[in-house]
Write a protein that binds this ligand. Structure first.
Ligand SMILES: [Zn+2]
Length: 481
């Protein structure tokens, strides 16, 4: 895996539009770190692709015959659609080919519309199923004000130069509570296969036909989220197994074995999919169902499934590189926040510092006898500014002392503003109430009490007073017993 910065104009992700993040170059495709989709680096010009889909070569009699045999794939698609839309409505099939899916929908009582750029496909649809298709490349403009309860596009999205623009256009023809159903290759197993091919020194066979992109399930989730589809679900597509043909025994045997292997793989991927509660999606081809409006989320929480989801989360994350990364990170922070400063701080006897307190520039922190730094306090000195606490200083939880400040010049990012530093000097027997803040350059006299939540921005010079509010002012005095 090599990450390379390319500087030519093509450096924009064709899927999500990312320009800021480096692409991962892997052989003859590249992967976008933002949307996790893979795109072919060299591809045919879009107009040539359009020719391909319309062309006679693609629509040979043999191809048409193959498509007719693939009816089970479309039956499966219809079952998935029915799960989301039990009542028949209107359906649009984009790139519908010879119309097999539409013929099934019509049988089930749906009102059907299909669009395909290939004239031959439209002729065959008429001949085989009596369907009148729109012979064109899909565009929402073709349908004016019409809205469909379901839009189906099988193996279309990954062939398009700009899949995001296509989804935006499709969204325009989907009814308010309508669904989009897609069938597309899944990058997760495809990429693993590619790595295996590389390992075995085989030629890369990743993109079949004029495929431009292959999507990770997360890519699809992102693209649909941008169009306002909050509910996106995935289903492994059952593989298509060719039935045995009449003829020679050996090719038939091979076909049967290959079919068996495909079905066994499917059973495995489907098992993992179910065991993981739909998280592990390894089918080479997947169905994606996107629904614009999520169902009301008032359904009661299923305790058992929530427990399993947590068990699965632990198992999945324990066996990961990010677990080791996070462990190393936490360890380094622990050393930084809890250990390193102890060698530098200037502390008198009898002090207590809570384990959750944060100390910065400890060589500039001075703590008098019997002083107490509580839970979640920040005592942040600066590189050149000190925090000096007297004797018997008591801090409530969450107190913050900042002996450095950032400039606020307009037009300069905050990260790059000038830092100003000034000492904080706290007298003896001072009580800083919970969550109070003392800013840089502030002195607080002996015996002062700072009320909880106060922000002290100016010196408190009078002894034994009580200050409170933002910015803090005198609100009372300590009385003798
Ligand atoms: Zn991207």
């Amino acid at each position: 895996m090599i990450a390379i910065d390319l500087d030519d104009a093509a450096e924009r992700c064709g899927i999500c539009g990312n320009v800021g993040r480096r692409f991962l170059l892997r052989g003859y495709y590249r992967k976008c770190p933002l949307c996790r989709g893979a795109s072919r680096i060299e591809s045919d010009a879009p107009e040539r692709l359009d020719e391909y889909w319309r062309g006679e070569a693609f629509w040979s009699e043999e191809e048409i015959e193959k498509r007719k045999q693939r009816e089970p794939v479309f039956r499966e698609a219809f079952r998935i659609l029915r799960r989301h839309k039990p009542e028949p409505g209107s359906v649009l099939d984009i790139g519908c080919g010879i119309g097999t899916f539409l013929a099934i929908c019509r049988e089930e009582g749906w009102r059907v519309t299909g669009v395909d750029p290939a004239p031959i496909a439209c002729q065959v649809a008429k001949r085989e199923y009596g369907l009148d298709l729109v012979n064109d490349t899909f565009s929402a403009r073709l349908f004016g004000e019409r809205r469909f309860d379901a839009v189906f596009a099988a193996q279309v999205l990954h062939h398009l130069p700009d899949p995001a623009a296509f989804l935006a256009d499709v969204t325009r023809v989907v009814a308010e509570d309508g669904v989009i159903l897609l069938r597309t290759p899944n990058l997760v197993p495809q990429e693993a296969l590619l790595r295996l091919q590389r390992l075995l020194g085989r030629k890369e066979q990743f993109f079949c036909g004029p495929t431009l992109h292959v999507f990770h399930p997360e890519t699809l989730r992102l693209l649909f989220a941008r169009e306002g589809f909050r509910e996106v679900t995935f289903v492994n597509s059952r593989p298509f197994v060719e039935p045995p043909h009449g003829g020679a025994l050996v090719p038939n045997l091979r076909r049967v074995l290959y079919g068996g292997l495909k079905l066994a793989t499917y059973a495995g991927t489907e098992g993992l999919f179910r065991a993981s509660g739909g998280r592990v999606l390894l089918g080479p081809s997947i169905f994606v169902v996107a629904r614009r409006r999520a169902e009301p989320t008032s359904a009661p929480l299923n305790e058992e499934s929530a427990t399993w989801s947590h068990v699965w989360e632990v198992a999945r994350n324990t066996l990961s590189l990010r677990f080791l990364q996070s462990l190393a990170y936490s360890f380094a922070y622990y050393i930084h926040e809890q250990v390193a400063w102890r060698a530098q701080i200037h502390a008198e006897k009898g002090i207590r510092i809570h384990a959750t307190a944060s100390i910065r520039y400890a060589h500039n922190v001075y703590i008098g006898q019997n002083s107490h730094i509580n839970h979640n306090c920040c005592v942040w000195a600066g590189q050149g500014s000190k925090v000096v606490l007297g004797n018997d200083v008591l801090m409530g939880p969450g107190v913050c002392l900042f002996a450095a400040n950032h400039g606020t010049v307009k037009g300069r990012p905050m990260m790059w503003q000038e830092r100003t530093e000034a000492d904080i000097l706290i007298g003896d027997d001072v009580w800083l109430g919970a969550n109070s803040v003392v800013t840089a350059g502030t002195r607080i006299a002996n015996g002062v009490i700072v009320a909880a939540g106060a922000v002290v921005t100016k010196d408190v010079t009078e002894e034994d007073v009580i200050v409170g509010g933002i910015p803090a002012r005198i609100i009372g005095r300590r009385r003798p017993a």
